[in-house]
Design a protein around this ligand. Sequence first.
Ligand code: PEP
Ligand code: MN
Length: 370
Amino acid sequence: MIVILDPQLSNDSPETATILEYLRAMPGVTPKVHCVTGTQQVLTEIYLVGDTSTLDRNAIEALSGVSRVVKVSRSYAVLGRHAGDSRSYGFNYNGVTFNQDNLNIFAGLCAVDTAEHVERMMQAVAQAGLECTRMGAYKPRTNPYSFQGHGAECLPWVFELAGKYGIKVIAMEITHDTHIAEINAALEQAGHPTGVMLQIGTRNTQNFELLKACGRQNDHPILLKRGFGITLEESLNAAEYLASEGNRKVIFCLRGMKTNMGDPHRNLVDFSHVPVIKRMTHMPVCIDPSHSVGTRERAPDGLLDLFHATAQGIIAGANMVLIDFHPKPVSALVDGPQALTLDELDHYLEDINIAREAYLKRKDLAGQEN
Ligand code: PEP
Ligand code: MN
């Protein structure tokens, strides 16, 4: 059960204290306070954890300062869709809107290597009219002896270049909670020329300490990758666990499943789950064709498998695309074989537009709203 307070009530107001006192006296339930920062206001919500079956919903709704009570109908209390829940769930970060209706493309380097490559990448992204990119500074690897990224040392010049080209959001994977402070310090020092979406990689979907650390901060949105060897439900539970710590600016990313059944692709492409996640939760859904497909193989129709997989996710309603590009893939330190080249960017975006228009037409025809 979620108790939504009147918008003008802050979490430390006397009315909130009285409501909390009332709820704490209820046997078997623990109230957990969440502050949700929207574009217009900060909303205080109280999540009632435990056995809520005996609670009198009308009595709670009648308390002064309570706007509404939402009965949680699924296991995802924070991120799930609940009957009668009309709150808006999208969010805005550093001037970019993320929700289940729109589409943002994050084309960029798998891993930061040289300043020249970062600059050429950002210039290409800006020229294509995009505002977001991906750039890994901390890289978890299949083989631990492979290059693990330049780490905190590259952050100052990466952020400075992002500012120079008007990039508003960089998706950047973190592998340890200390990386959040490193990113914050570098952003602060650079004067916040850009924003960072913290990415939790597939190897860390169930790293609960990292989930907690990301959930407890509200500065950055989170891109949570699906675990490559666990069920969808287990990955969604990880997202919910993160959000239940307080940060519900979470985007869920499909990146394929690790199994030989997907051969010759690097992972089994799982983009048919885009609408499933939208039905079960309020999270915007990202697709990562690069780490799903993993090669630059081309079909006889002339289209790269990467283009085909992207279109499959977009036509299913994906809200974000994370895609590896590189100015010179042969010299990339990470994942060169799956990178698109800068001269393929315009074609890639045009192909996405075709699929996106088809999706919007399909949605209209079905007469449904997301
Ligand atoms: C990545 O996006 O660079 C990455 C390492 O992805 P994943 O965690 O899905 O393997
Ligand atoms: Mn990669």
